[in-house]
Design a protein around this ligand. Sequence first.
Ligand SMILES: Cc1cc2nc3c(=O)[nH]c(=O)nc-3n(C[C@H](O)[C@H](O)[C@H](O)COP(=O)(O)OP(=O)(O)OC[C@H]3O[C@@H](n4cnc5c(N)ncnc54)[C@H](O)[C@@H]3O)c2cc1C
Length: 325
Amino acid sequence: MKSFAHCNAASVDNAIAIAGGSADPTCWMAGGTDLLGVLKDQLLPDYPATVINLKTIPGLDRVEEDAGGVRLGALARLSTLARHPELLQRFPALAAAAESVATPEIRNMATLGGNLCQDNRCWYYRYAHHMGGRMLCKRKGSGPCHAVRGDNRYHVVIGGKGCFAPCPSDIAVALSALDASLEIAGPGGGRTLPIHEFYTPLGHVLGPGEVLTGVRVPAPAVGSRQAFRKFTVRKPVDFAVVSVAAVVSVEGGLCRGARIVLGGVAPAPWRAEAAERAVVGQPLAADSVGQGADRVLEQARPLSMNAYKVDIARSLVREVLGSLT
Ligand SMILES: Cc1cc2nc3c(=O)[nH]c(=O)nc-3n(C[C@H](O)[C@H](O)[C@H](O)COP(=O)(O)OP(=O)(O)OC[C@H]3O[C@@H](n4cnc5c(N)ncnc54)[C@H](O)[C@@H]3O)c2cc1C
């Protein structure tokens, strides 16, 4: 691995100041479970001269009640999210998504912020520099998306533009169904962003020196039920081929609201709005669930090897909604 300077941040402001004061590229590190592999394989367009360790910032790992909902610090570990009693009780889709990630060892190191900001897993992008040269593509500054004409079985079926790698974060899928917002701090001050505005086909929208500090999840609606499921090739440890998080509210026997979000199919968590429309206003029962599932990814444009993802998405939505009836 090439060398870099390592700097412990004492606070969010201190982290931003260190990044702002460096003439050379810097990057954040939390658990390091993704970043260190990325650095070792020299994937980034600019190798950082300094890695700024965020884990030394006190208090950024808290999970606390927030106006009826919950605020999650960016340094909260995935093992905490998977086991936290309040999350298990009130936000089971989030806890299940966290539990589905990787192995217990990785979940003990990996953080919420790192999971949301992790790099993509496209096997062309991840092709290690030392294995025979760089595979350039748009994410690395310039070049074609090799998946378009190559082996694209795990790539996106909708929403790709320039890059066809899916967003790898399971947590982002659950947080999108829960309508969460992200708290961001940066050299220009703080801002809050709905999670559906965070991802682009080429990554995420954090600007230079910006750091994710927390996530706010609003209180679930009255009568709300939620679930998360994930289809993988290797069990029990793998990234999602397709995942689904659904939050529905049922009152007076009718489904009053639904947020159904897919992972593994698009560069960002993908709202299955046609499926939501099929179930809202109906009793949540076999008929409406079947109609909702049939309408999932109607607009998909699969690549040469991944049309199977549409079938999996429909089955998974049927399974998830069925579990909420
Ligand atoms: C074997 C294996 C299996 C995996 N399986 C899954 C899976 O099934 N599902 C899944 O979702 N993930 C999976 N992952 C990915 C894993 O979840 C991530 O590696 C982890 O969540 C990253 O968190 P971290 O704290 O270690 O981040 P780091 O590795 O420290 O950082 C990752 C990236 O996020 C940036 N970053 C970190 N914190 C912040 C912040 N607060 N603000 C801004 N940027 C930040 C870093 O600069 C870096 O670019 C797997 C990883 C491995 C190695």
